[in-house]
Ligand binder design. Structure first.
Ligand SMILES: C[S@@+](CC[C@H](N)C(=O)[O-])C[C@H]1O[C@@H](n2cnc3c(N)ncnc32)[C@H](O)[C@@H]1O
Length: 228
């Protein structure tokens, strides 16, 4: 359900409800404020709903884990992780303060006051990146959308995984072109990846969490780790 609120910004509150597929009563509803502005980081993207569903279905692994979301924008997966008990750090480009504002707005809308929000620009080995705590999980939904940025995303992920060798990068991307590939970059940066079928976490649907966003888009889910 969408609710429009009036402020200096034109904001729509979108609700997403994640449920147990096997008929238990457990569910989680989160509210994400979207700004009606034509920038990438202002909306929930289809990949975010899929990654949030993966996060929700793996919630038993999240308690007391430290998790960083990259390119979080309005932060649906990170908000779900925080609601499921993870210690969450949300990040977006240090050059896009409005996107960092979105991260904060999403936390406030869900009563999350312990979530740290920070500027992390892909490919930059900044003090903010270097001084992050050890991580268990890195999230990134729809961060592979601009081929010229792919290596920057992977450089940041490789740096973080080298600092926290047991961590995993959970990422979803929307197939926008047939020649999309990060395989050579993963090899170059000594990373390995497995593809996770959407069916395995009940996300192979056009409607998910009460949202029609997945629609007919082709979204893939990968888990990326350091090469063994
Ligand atoms: C397609 S949007 C996806 C947003 C959100 N993860 C989702 O799926 O709804 C891409 C996000 O990456 C962020 N971004 C773009 N370039 C970036 C960079 N160089 N470093 C860090 N974040 C960046 C944008 O601000 C935006 O939030």
């Amino acid at each position: 359900m969408d609710e429009r609120i009036t402020s200096d910004l034109d904001i729509v509150l979108k609700s997403f409800t994640f449920e147990e597929s096997e008929g238990t009563q457990e569910s989680l509803t989160v509210t994400i404020p979207e700004v009606l502005d034509p920038q990438y980081g202002m909306y929930v993207w289809p990949s975010a709903v899929i990654l949030a569903q993966y996060t929700w279905t793996h919630r038993s692994q999240l308690a007391d884990k430290t998790l960083l979301e990259l390119g979080a924008g309005v932060s649906l997966p990170g908000v779900v992780a925080a609601k499921c008990g993870a210690r969450v750090i949300l990040s977006d480009s240090a050059r896009l303060p409005l996107c960092l504002e979105n991260c904060r707005r999403s936390c406030a809308a869900n009563g999350l006051d312990g979530v740290h929000v920070m500027g992390l620009t892909w490919g930059e080995i900044s003090p903010a990146l270097v001084f992050l705590p050890a991580l268990d999980i890195i999230l990134g939904s729809d961060v592979f959308y601009e081929p010229e940025d792919f290596e920057d995303v992977i450089v940041s992920v490789a740096f973080l995984l080298k600092k926290s060798p047991k961590a995993e990068f959970w990422t979803t991307y929307q197939e926008r072109s047939a020649d999309w590939s990060i395989e050579a970059l993963l090899h170059k940066w000594k990373l390995q990846c497995v593809s996770v079928p959407l069916l395995s976490f009940n996300a192979n649907r056009t409607q998910l969490a009460g949202s029609t966003l997945p629609g007919r888009h082709t979204v893939q889910m990968l888990i990326i780790k350091l090469d063994a």
